[in-house]
Write a protein that binds this ligand. Structure first.
Ligand code: ADP
Length: 607
C-alpha cells in the first residue's frame, strides 16, 4: 500500500535542529520529531514554527530535530526507533497503530478555521467550466488525480464515499493518476487537463488561494456539503485532524513535558497559518472508514463479496424481500381462505346429512305412528263390529241355558252337559265382549276401571288362559304362589292382557329351545310389587334391546310388533313400569312393576 508514496519527495530536514542546537549545552539530549511531508517543506515549516519555538524555549535541556518524511520513510523511521514523536495524518496513524506502539497525546487544531475545529475532510475539485460533473456518479469512467492510494484525506475518504455511492473504485473509475506529495502537484495536472477531477485535503485549495498560488474561482467542488461553521469546500464528512503521537519507547516524563508545551503553543503569526494543539480527539470514526474499506488493521478481514453485494443492491434486495413477503402473505391468506371454505363446506355437508337422517327418522316414526293409529282405527272398527255378534252369542247362549232349565227340556239327553256348555259359552262370550269393550275404551283413551284386585288369583287366571299353549309347547311351569294378601289396583282385564302377552312372548321365545321352563315370581319392592316372567328362550340380543318397545318391532315371521308396546302403555296407565332384558341364567326376564299393598282379601275382586 505504501508503495504509492513518492520517494523523490523525501526531505531530510535538519534545519530546525541546527537553528536550535546553537543555544544548547553539551548535556542536551536529542529529540527527533518525524513529520509527514504532505506539502512542500516551506509550507510545513511555517505552520510548525510556533510549536518548535515553544518546545525549544520551554524544554531547553533538549535538542529538537525535525525530519520531513513521506509515508513509507516515516514508517521506516518509527520501525527503527529513529523518532521520538510523530505528526502524521489520521489514516496513517491508524496504520502505524496497527503495527507499532503509538498513541496520540494531542490533536492538531486546523489553522484555517474560525472557530478552529479539529477536523479534516476531502474535497473533489474540477475546473470551474467542467459542468458535466455534478455528482459522485458523474465520476464514473472519469480520470481522477490523487496524491497516493494511502493518503487519508487525499484519497481514502473519497474512496469511502464513492463506494457508498455504489461505485467500484477499481472498475468504475476510468483512470487513477497518483502524483505523490506535495498535494499541489494535483492542481497542475488538473490545469493541464490530464485528469477530470482531483482529490484534495479540505482547506488546502483555500490556503493556496490565500498564498496567491491559484485563483479559487477557476475551480469548483464536484460536491460541496456546505457544512455549518466550516469555511472550506468539503465533499466528505469531517474527521479528527492530525494527531501528535508519542511512541511506546518515548520517555513518559518527556512526553508529559512535550504535551504541556503543545497545549500552551501561542500563535503569533497571522491567523490561519500556524498550528495549535488541543487534547486528543477520538479517532474511532477513522477506524470506521478503515473498517469499511478493509484497510490497515482491517485488511486481514477479507471483504465479504456477499456482504458487499448485499450492501450494493440493498434497496433492490429490500424491494425483492418485500415483494416475496407480500407474495408469501398472499399465499398464506389464500390458503387460509381455502381451508375455511372447505371447513364450512364440510360442516354444511355434515349438517345436511344429519338433517336428512333426522328427517328420515321422523318420517319412519311418523309412518309407524300412522300405521299404529290406523291399527287403532281398525281395531276400534273391528271391536264395534264384533260387539254385536258377541252380544248375540251371549244372548243365544243365555237363551239356550234358560230353555234347557224349563220343564219341556227336562228329558233332553245330555241336558246337564248342554247346560254347562251354554253357561261356558255365555261366560267366554262375556269375557270376549269385555276385552273388546276395554280395547275400545283404550283406543278412545278412556281411563281404565280401577278396582282392588288380589294378585294371586289374577296370576292364576292368566296362567289358565295360557294353559293350552303351555301344553302344546311342553312348557314346564314354575309358579311360586304369592302371598294371598297382596293386592293391586287397576283394570283386571287390562292387567290380564299384559300378563297373557308376557307369557305368550315367553312361550314363543322358547319354541326352538330344547329346555322350555317358565318361572313366574312375585317380589315386593317398597310399596310396589314386581312380577317376574322368566323364560329359557333365545334371550334379548343387545342390538334389539332398545327397540323392543317400538311399535311394530318384531323378530317373528308372523309377529305384529304391538304386544310389548300395548303392554307398556297399559302398565304406564296403571302407574307401573314394564321392562324386558336378558336373564343371567339364559333367556329373558320380563318385569312388570305395579303399585301394590297388603290388605284383607274380602275387599278384593277375585273374578
Ligand atoms: P310380537 O307380536 O312381534 O311378538 P311383541 O311386542 O310382543 O311383538 O314383541 C316384540 C319382540 O320382542 C318380539 O318379536 C321378540 O323379538 C322380542 N321379545 C319379546 N318377548 C321376548 C322374550 N321373552 N324373549 C325373547 N324375545 C322377546
Amino acid at each position: 500500500m505504501l508503495g504509492f508514496a513518492a520517494p523523490h519527495y523525501w526531505i531530510q530536514g535538519c534545519l530546525f535542529a541546527l537553528l536550535l542546537s546553537s543555544s544548547l549545552s553539551a548535556s542536551a539530549r536529542d529529540i527527533t520529531l518525524g513529520v509527514l511531508a504532505w506539502r512542500d517543506a516551506e509550507a510545513i515549516e511555517t505552520t510548525l514554527e510556533p510549536t518548535l519555538i515553544a518546545l525549544r524555549n520551554q524544554l531547553p535541556d533538549h535538542v529538537f530535530e525535525v525530519e520531513f518524511l513521506p509515508l513509507a520513510e516515516l514508517e521506516q523511521a518509527v520501525a527503527e526507533g529513529r523518532v521520538d514523536f510523530v505528526m502524521t495524518n489520521p489514516g496513517h496513524y491508524v496504520q502505524l497503530n496497527d503495527r507499532y506502539s503509538v498513541s496520540p497525546i494531542a490533536t492538531l487544531q486546523a489553522p484555517d478555521l474560525d472557530p478552529p475545529l479539529q477536523v479534516v475532510g476531502s474535497v473533489v475539485v474540477t475546473l470551474a467550466q467542467a459542468d458535466s460533473i455534478q455528482d459522485w456518479t458523474d465520476l464514473k469512467d472519469r480520470r481522477i488525480g490523487a496524491v497516493s492510494a494511502d493518503a487519508f484525506g487525499g484519497f481514502q475518504l473519497v474512496r469511502d464515499k464513492l463506494e457508498r455511492a455504489g461505485l467500484n473504485v477499481q472498475r468504475d473509475i476510468g483512470q487513477w493518476v497518483f502524483t505523490g506529495f506535495p498535494m499541489e502537484n494535483l492542481i497542475q495536472i488538473l490545469d493541464e487537463g490530464q485528469v477530470d477531477a482531483i482529490i484534495l485535503r479540505s482547506c488546502l485549495l483555500e490556503s493556496l488561494a490565500r498564498e496567491g498560488k491559484l485563483v479559487q474561482s477557476d475551480y469548483r467542488p464536484v460536491i460541496d456539503l456546505q457544512l455549518p461553521n466550516h469555511p472550506c469546500w468539503v465533499s466528505t464528512p469531517l474527521y479528527p485532524d492530525w494527531p501528535f503521537l508519542q511512541l511506546g519507547t518515548t520517555d513518559p516524563h518527556l512526553a508529559r513535558q512535550v504535551l504541556q508545551v503543545l497545549l500552551q503553543v501561542q500563535v503569533e503569526t497571522p491567523q490561519g497559518v500556524a498550528y495549535k494543539w488541543a487534547a486528543p480527539l477520538s479517532y474511532r470514526p477513522v477506524y470506521d472508514v478503515f473498517e469499511r474499506l478493509r484497510l490497515g488493521p482491517f485488511a486481514a478481514f477479507p471483504l465479504n463479496p456477499f456482504a458487499a453485494f448485499v450492501h450494493q443492491y440493498r434497496f433492490w434486495l429490500l424491494g425483492l424481500m418485500l415483494f416475496m413477503l407480500l407474495g408469501f402473505m398472499h399465499h398464506l391468506r389464500a390458503e387460509y381462505l381455502v381451508r375455511r371454505r372447505t371447513r364450512e363446506l364440510d360442516q354444511s355437508l355434515k349438517e345436511q346429512r344429519q338433517a336428512e337422517a333426522a328427517a328420515h327418522q321422523r318420517q319412519s316414526e311418523l309412518l309407524h305412528l300412522s300405521r299404529f293409529a290406523l291399527m287403532g282405527e281398525l281395531a276400534a272398527g273391528l271391536a264395534h263390529e264384533l260387539n254385536q255378534p258377541l252380544t248375540a252369542i251371549v244372548n243365544y247362549a243365555n237363551g239356550c241355558y234358560r230353555y234347557l232349565n224349563t220343564p219341556q227340556a227336562a228329558d233332553f239327553e245330555h241336558r246337564d252337559k248342554l247346560l254347562q256348555a251354554s253357561e261356558l259359552i255365555a261366560a267366554q262370550g262375556e269375557q270376549a265382549g269385555s276385552i273388546i269393550k276395554n280395547l275400545r275404551a283404550f283406543l278412545r283413551k278412556e281411563t281404565p276401571n280401577t278396582e282392588v284386585i288380589a294378585l294371586h288369583p289374577l296370576l292364576v287366571e292368566a296362567l289358565e288362559f295360557m294353559q293350552a299353549s303351555f301344553r302344546q309347547h311342553q312348557v314346564e311351569l314354575d309358579y311360586s304362589p304369592c302371598p294371598p294378601d297382596w293386592l293391586i289396583q287397576g283394570d283386571r282385564v287390562q292387567l290380564l292382557q299384559i300378563l297373557v302377552n308376557l307369557l305368550a312372548n315367553a312361550v314363543d321365545a322358547m319354541q326352538a329351545q330344547p329346555q322350555r321352563r317358565l318361572s313366574l315370581r312375585v317380589t315386593e319392592i317398597q310399596d310396589r310389587v314386581a312380577i317376574h316372567v322368566i323364560d329359557t328362550g333365545v334371550g334379548i340380543p343387545k342390538a334389539i334391546e332398545s327397540h323392543l318397545f317400538d311399535p311394530f318391532f318384531t323378530t317373528k315371521p308372523e309377529g305384529m310388533g304391538l304386544g310389548l308396546r300395548l303392554s307398556q302403555t297399559l302398565a304406564e296407565a296403571h302407574h307401573g313400569q314394564l321392562m324386558l332384558h336378558d336373564h343371567p341364567a339364559g333367556g329373558a326376564e320380563a318385569l312388570l312393576i305395579l303399585p301394590g299393598f297388603k290388605g284383607p282379601t274380602e275387599n278384593a275382586n277375585d273374578r
